[in-house]
Design a protein around this ligand. Structure first.
Ligand code: PEP
Length: 229
């Protein structure tokens, strides 16, 4: 069974030429490429196999060819985006026919205080609360903020711990009875040398990759591993 790889370029690609070159080099079935908003059209035109995604909800995504959208990324939460705003964006994305990739995860202080489950429970319950019908497909990406490469002092998460946390999220989603079909991803400092440990876990159905997605060789190796997982 092949697993999905979502590439979040964040703001690191700053020219159209670089965006198109990286899109061509990453253009594979099973990849979702999320360029900065400004390059959606150019990247969309460069892709024949990969899907186009956006890094945040906007009303024009579907008409610009995006089929996926990242919602609730920790960069946005850090800028003050609340669970309620995330819930609203998620509902809008679903009604636009997009597949949301909802990011959830605790910060280091919450982990150290033993609050991980409590934080995830709240993030999920609010984010999914406005889906009232339709059974849309949704991805939930568990991204512990302390493991994201841009977090100062980022630590590598342990795949077994991640699998346990994803099992907890899965239980919460089942318990909530939300009318959605949910699949689970992991994100946080994944590279070609660490991807397999996560991909080997049966409940992790793919990866959300930030920094390593900017390197063609690295993301291709991760994609190959996801194909064989
Ligand atoms: C992210 O920012 O969503 C992410 C997973 O980044 P990185 O892979 O660089 O930790």
């Amino acid at each position: 069974m092949s697993k999905i790889v979502v590439a979040n370029w964040k703001g690191k690609i700053t020219t159209e030429a670089d965006a198109v070159a990286l899109a061509r080099g990453s253009d594979r079935e099973g990849m979702v490429i999320c360029p900065p908003h400004a390059f959606l059209d150019d990247v969309g035109a460069a892709l024949s196999h990969a899907s186009l995604g956006a890094q945040d909800y906007a009303p024009d995504l579907a008409v610009r060819g995006a089929t996926y959208v990242i919602i609730g990324h920790s960069d946005r939460r850090r800028e003050g985006e609340t669970d309620d705003v995330i819930a609203e964006k998620l509902a809008l994305a679903v009604s636009d026919g997009l597949v949301p990739v909802l990011c959830v995860g605790e910060v280091r202080a919450e982990r150290d205080l033993g609050q991980t489950h409590e934080v995830l429970k709240r993030q999920i319950a609010t984010a999914l609360s406005r889906i009232t019908m339709g059974h849309p497909s949704i991805f939930i990406a568990y991204e512990p903020v302390w493991a994201i490469s841009t977090t100062p002092g980022a630590e590598l998460a342990n795949p077994t711990d991640v699998a346990h946390t994803i099992a907890f999220i899965e239980k919460e989603v089942l318990h909530g009875g939300y009318p959605a079909v949910v699949s689970y991803l992991y994100g946080g400092s994944v590279t070609a040398s660490t991807a397999l440990g996560f991909l080997e876990k049966k409940d992790i159905l793919g990866l959300l990759v930030g920094g390593a997605s900017l390197n063609e060789k690295e993301i291709t190796t991760i994609w190959q591993q996801a194909q064989e997982a």
